[in-house]
Design a protein around this ligand. Structure first.
Ligand SMILES: Cc1cc2nc3c(=O)[nH]c(=O)nc-3n(C[C@H](O)[C@H](O)[C@H](O)COP(=O)(O)OP(=O)(O)OC[C@H]3O[C@@H](n4cnc5c(N)ncnc54)[C@H](O)[C@@H]3O)c2cc1C
Length: 477
């Protein structure tokens, strides 16, 4: 058992993920005594999954536009602890980094040089250990009580306070010993955190328990009754950074395709958003970074809003250039006597060529369109064309499909397949410069449980680092 020093600021952090570990490290650096309470057996489990195990932990293009939520809150947080602060802090902990660049972006995506997410997690754990911080695992918080007369209360004549708070022993396991130390007139801490491993006492409490994304990592919403108990509301979580679902039958043929595309999401209530990048097609969903970045808007489906995703498969070609490309395929098909679809497959992914050919044939059969091809084979279409005019019309129709294939979105992936969540503790209940609750003094929030979510690309971890650092430093104050 360590010596209790009533003059030392005692901080408890609930949640040993990215934000909680950063908050603990920052608070320790400011001289506080810190205990992290993590309810799973290991801290930082989600961190190990990030970036497919290689942890894209920040991004050089650290702009508020990459986040959804209260703009002035986000700007304040990023200006107080941003990209360069993150690099500097991890370098100080011994982590070198490397950068990756992707097409269509000037941003640099930052990873640990080791290529292993464990480097980031371990650097924080080693830092916490070096500064004598404690990480207690497998501990479940049952309730929290707040003592408004924090540090001011003196024991009454019987040597006891009228407040129903326990002073926990330093290992957080013996209420009796704790109460005894309190009776001796030691400082009364502001928070008592009652757990299945005893009562922990703290002057300041930081809650950094994540959201509901990837609940198997421990980020499972279990903390929300406690947050409510402390007087806070929270916006219901919905999965974000996940695939969008569609029942469109074209997906069966597109399944397996990964292609550079521009995608536009039209959300009835929220507006229209466009991004470019690699898009992945699966039998009942569409994913890839640009699509995942839109997934936060799928929540609107519950309110009956319509969501449509339009995919431009050839973003580097204009419409006329696309028509020209298809006409050349038609001509070559006619000259060689080969199936037109086979010729298209020389320029397009096979599944995509099949989809557009099937679509024009289907439209022709339905009478909504005059296909310019003379004969349909079982596996596609056949040239020569019936007439030049009809062929032109067909090529333009195929180009329109390639430049703007529309998918009706009917849902998004579940929490277990999401990288983050939209929703959480409302930012108007949190002071943007300290992360302290505006409703409960001494209570701080950090990380994903705050109602802000970022794009793919290191933005969510940066949010965890920024809010964790600010909360830890402010709490240690
Ligand atoms: C597969 C995957 C890949 C990702 N890749 C990236 C990436 O490359 N770059 C990026 O920026 N972001 C990425 N993210 C998102 C990023 O991991 C999160 O935004 C970040 O981990 C959030 O940090 P946090 O500390 O707020 O929450 P978490 O990391 O979820 O940590 C919360 C911690 O609190 C604990 N906890 C929960 N409830 C309680 C309780 N009641 N008592 C005690 N402890 C509790 C949990 O067990 C957990 O350890 C990815 C996410 C996933 C799922």
């Amino acid at each position: 058992m360590r010596n209790e020093d009533s003059s030392v600021n005692k901080i408890v952090v609930i949640g040993g993920g990215a934000a909680g570990l950063m908050a603990a490290y920052a608070a320790l650096n400011h001289g506080a005594q810190v205990t992290v309470l993590e309810h799973t057996d290991k801290p930082g489990t989600k961190l190990l999954l990030t970036g497919n195990g290689s942890c894209n932990f920040t991004n050089s293009e650290m702009l508020p536009e990459h986040y959804s939520g209260d703009r002035s809150f986000i700007e304040s947080v990023l200006s107080m602890f941003g990209y360069e602060d993150t690099l500097g802090l991890f370098e100080g902990l011994g982590v070198q980094h490397t950068e990756k660049r992707y097409r269509f972006s000037d941003a640099r995506y930052i990873y640990p040089l080791s290529g292993e997410a464990a480097s980031i997690r371990n650097a924080l754990l080693y830092g916490i250990e070096r500064l004598n911080g404690r990480v207690v695992t497998g501990v479940n918080t049952e309730s929290i009580s707040v003592n408004d007369k924090h540090s001011l209360s003196e024991p009454d004549t019987a040597g006891r306070s009228s407040l129903s708070c326990f002073a926990a022993d330093d290992d957080g396991v013996s209420e009796a010993a704790a109460e005894q130390s309190y009776v001796k007139g030691k400082c009364l801490r502001r928070f008592s955190i009652f757990t299945d491993k005893g009562t922990f006492e703290a002057d300041e409490l930081i809650i950094a328990a994540g959201s509901n994304a990837a609940p198997e990592t421990g980020s499972d919403s279990s903390v929300y009754p406690l947050i409510r108990q402390l007087g806070h509301g929270f916006k219901t979580f919905t999965p974000a950074l996940c695939a969008l679902h569609s029942a469109d039958c074209a997906l069966a043929l597109l399944k397996g395709i990964r292609h550079d595309c521009t995608v536009t999401l039209e959300a009835e209530d929220a507006g229209s958003f466009t991004q470019r990048g690699e898009v992945q097609f699966n039998s009942n969903n569409i994913s890839g970074i640009p699509v995942m970045n839109f997934s936060r808007y799928a929540a609107a489906l519950k309110n009956g809003c319509r969501l449509t995703l339009t995919v431009d498969f050839l973003p580097d070609l204009s419409f006329d250039e696309t028509v020209g490309m298809i006409k050349r395929c038609a001509v070559l098909s006619g000259e060689s006597g080969r199936n037109f679809e086979d010729m298209l497959k020389l320029s397009l992914p096979s599944g995509l060529a099949k989809v557009v050919c099937k679509a024009v044939i289907g439209e022709a059969k339905a009478g909504t369109f005059t296909a310019g091809f003379s004969e349909e084979l079982s596996d596609g279409v056949y040239l020569p064309v019936k007439s030049r005019g009809a062929a032109n019309e067909t090529c333009a129709r195929i180009a329109a499909l390639l430049k703007g294939m529309r998918f009706s979105i009917n849902g998004s992936a579940k929490f277990s397949r999401a990288q983050t969540c939209a929703g959480g503790v409302p930012t108007d209940e949190i002071d943007k410069e300290s992360m302290e609750s505006k409703l409960c003094k001494g209570l701080y929030f950090a990380g994903e449980l705050i109602d802000v979510d970022g794009d793919c690309g290191g933005y969510n971890l940066q949010w965890a680092w920024s809010t964790g650092f600010i909360a830890g430093s402010s709490a240690a104050g």
